[in-house]
Every structure is written in structure tokens, then in C-alpha cells.
Write a protein that binds this ligand. Structure first.
Ligand code: SF4
Length: 383
């Protein structure tokens, strides 16, 4: 049963310099056509067995949509799926691209969680990132969300911004905590190829903070958020108890989900598929009754196990040793060196990355997968 739904809204006011998400400048007429296409795609997923546990409307900047757009989407979801009584419906919102009326409309339609892209409370850093908002816009957004009666909101923050200091990051974290969110995501800024930031970093026009400064920032987030009652439940994510993102946990647990919209991914029945990221083609295909799916791949046993390790070790609880063995992986037997180095540990039947290893988690996971693959056939095959 597929109980999770992702909807992609690929519109923003303008492109931020570091962004490699699928998005283009917002245009109301185009957004209207896109929403109609989305509703058509939702109808194709109509599933009587599904009782949605979580819906995540991401982008892009979904908070740019009109009240009518949200209304259309909600009606379409309702005719295609049943909702669990405790369904979590999240919408991504950006300061400077949301107003009080939109907040009220979303809440009246059942949205019960907002993920707010604040990124920083330092106006110079926001300018460097090419964000459209200021720190006071961010404060206004959070105060408006609270005034509308929503307490379940998350704040996205970025560290490793050119010009950012440990002190300004400390202030950003403190100001975020002072707003009383239930969830905070802290992502390291990485200059991806194809973004405006990439050539600027290459040419030295902008300089990223040193690696040890970045590690200090990450360490500070873990310390400060831990002292503020947040549970560090995934490499980049912190939540008050009970407020972990259901959509994201399902992804890290390799749960199934439908993804609708341009560039959206789905994972159903052991098959990962992806819609076309060409927004025009996406709209045109759905207007002509053609599937927008661009590619799909049935995972092999090895793919499944690799994903199990890659995604599972991102979670702070780590991987169940019993489940690993059920998947034919001798995880504990292959982690001896990493355990001796204090980078991994065994805790209550789970093997996980330690606080010391956390900042190196991507490298550790790669190293572990390579080691398991080199051990030979059978070590990476699911039973
Ligand atoms: S608001 Fe978010 S999705 Fe939109 S351009 Fe900026 S980073 Fe990308």
C-alpha cells in the first residue's frame, strides 16, 4: 500500500544562486495550467487501497500558489485518495512569497505543517544566496503562521555560506530556536554544477568557509539544538519529540510513495520512476492523456541493499543488526575498523554513526558500501 504522496510545485519568484531544484519564475497563467495537469496526474494514481499518512507539497515555492490553486489540488487529492485521520500535510513556504490570506487558506484546507525556508537570519548572507527575503520577512512569516494558529512548523537553515562566520551561524541558530519551531533542518551549502554559485566559487569570486569552520558550525548545531530539547534524528534534521517529518522518515526507511509533478520521483513495488523535468512537456503530456513518466528502474537486490545502507545510516538510530543480517549483510563484522576509530558504534541492536563520525557520514557510508562490495558475492545481496 502506498500511503505517502509528494507533489512538486516548480515555481519561485526568481532563482537563488545556489539552487539546483527544479523551478522556474512564477507566472500565474502557467501555474494554473500546471495545477490542472497535476490534478490529471493525481487522477491517474487513484488508489482505493491508499490511506494517505503524509502529503508533502514541495518545490519550488508552493506558498506562491493562489487559494484557488490549493483548493483545486485538495479536491483532486480527495477524489483520488482516502486520508488517514492523522494525515500530516506539509507545504513548503518561503518568506517574501507568502501572505496572511494564503496561510489562512492552506490551514482551512487541512494543511497542518509548514516547512519555512529561512536559511539565515543574517541579511548579508541572504543577499549572497540570492534570496528574495530579509530576516525581518522571515520573522513576519513565522509570527503570521503562529497567529493563524499553526504551531507545527519547521525551519530550514543553511551553513557554510560564503562570508558566514561561526558567530553569525550561532546567532542564526539561536534566533531560530527562539521562534519555537517543532523541527529544524540544517543543510550544508554545497555548490552544485549548473548553479550560479558554482563558477563563482571556482573563480574565487566567492569563498566558502574553511572545512574546520564548517565542522564547528555543524557541531554547534548539534550541541545547541540538543540542549534545546531537539532530537537529532537524521544527519541534517532535528525535531522535538513526536515532530519528526513523516514524509522524510518514510523516504529514509525506503517506504513507498507516489510523486506527482514535473521531475517528481515515485517508489512503488520495487520500482523507482521519475517524471519528465521539462515543465512544458509535463503539461502537454497530461493535456493529451500521455503519462509524464520519463524513466523507471526496477531495483536489483544489490540496489536495494545499497539503498538500505545509504538511507538507513543517515538516521541517528542507525541500522538494525538483525534486519541487516536478514538482508544478507554482515554489517557488524565489517565495521570493526570504523568502530575502533570511534566513528561507528553498536547500540541496543543497532549500528550507527557516532557523533565523531557524523560530520564524515557521507564518506563513511561510501567506505562501508565499498568494503561490503569488495568482500565478494553474497555480502550485498538481499535474501
Ligand atoms: S526559493 Fe528554494 S527552490 Fe526557489 S530558487 Fe530559491 S532555493 Fe530554489
Amino acid at each position: 500500500m502506498v500511503d505517502f504522496l509528494y507533489i512538486h510545485i516548480p515555481f519561485c519568484i526568481r532563482k537563488c544562486i545556489y539552487c539546483d531544484f527544479l523551478s522556474e519564475p512564477y507566472d500565474a497563467t502557467r501555474a494554473e495550467r500546471y495545477i490542472q495537469a497535476l490534478c490529471r496526474e493525481l487522477q491517474t494514481k487513484k488508489d482505493t487501497a491508499t490511506k494517505l499518512e503524509a502529503v508533502y507539497i514541495g518545490g519550488g515555492t508552493p506558498s506562491l500558489l493562489s487559494g484557488e490553486n490549493f483548493d483545486q489540488l485538495q479536491k483532486s487529492m480527495k477524489t483520488s485518495f482516502e486520508f488517514s485521520p492523522s494525515v500530516e500535510i506539509t507545504v513548503e513556504a518561503n518568506p517574501g512569497a507568502i501572505n496572511r490570506q494564503t496561510i489562512d487558506t492552506m490551514l482551512s484546507l487541512g494543511v497542518n505543517r509548514l516547512s519555512i525556508g529561512i536559511q539565515s537570519f543574517n541579511d548579508n548572507e541572504l543577499k549572497t544566496l540570492g534570496r528574495i527575503h530579509s530576516s525581518s520577512d522571515a520573522l513576519w512569516t513565522v509570527e503570521s503562521v503562529k497567529a493563524a494558529g499553526l504551531i507545527n512548523f519547521s525551519v530550514d537553515l543553511l551553513y557554510g555560506i560564503p562570508g558566514q562566520t561561526v558567530e553569525s551561524w550561532r546567532q542564526t541558530i539561536s534566533r531560530a530556536v527562539a521562534l519555537s519551531p517543532c523541527h529544524i533542518s540544517t543543510y550544508e551549502l554545497t555548490p552544485e554544477k549548473g548553479t550560479g554559485l558554482f563558477p563563482l566559487i571556482k573563480s574565487g569570486g566567492l569563498v566558502l568557509p574553511d572545512e574546520d569552520i564548517i565542522l564547528e558550525m555543524y557541531d554547534h548545531a548539534i550541541d545547541h539544538l540538543g540542549l534545546s530539547s531537539f532530537i537529532h534524528y537524521e544527519t541534517s534534521n532535528f525535531a522535538l519529540p513526536g515532530f519528526e517529518s513523516r514524509h522524510n522518515l518514510n523516504y529514509w526507511n525506503r517506504g513507498e510513495y507516489y510523486g506527482v509533478g514535473a521531475g517528481a520521483h515515485s517508489f512503488v513495488g520495487g520500482v523507482r520512476s521519475e517524471n519528465t523535468s521539462d515543465i512544458d512537456l509535463y503539461i502537454k503530456n497530461l493535456e493529451n492523456g500521455i503519462s509524464p513518466e520519463a524513466s523507471s528502474i526496477r531495483l536489483t537486490d544489490e540496489d536495494r541493499v545499497r539503498e538500505f545502507i545509504f538511507l538507513g545510516l543517515r538516521k541517528s538510530e542507525g541500522l538494525s543488526i538483525v534486519e541487516s543480517e536478514r538482508n544478507g549483510i554482515d554489517l557488524a563484522g565489517n565495521c570493526g575498523e570504523l568502530i575502533d576509530e570511534g566513528l561507528m558504534e553498536i547500540n541496543r541492536g543497532y549500528i550507527r554513526i557516532t557523533r565523531k563520525g557524523m560530520a564524515l557520514s557521507n564518506m563513511l557510508i561510501m567506505k562501508l558500501v565499498e568494503k561490503l562490495e569488495s568482500v565478494g558475492p553474497g555480502r550485498l545481496s538481499a535474501s
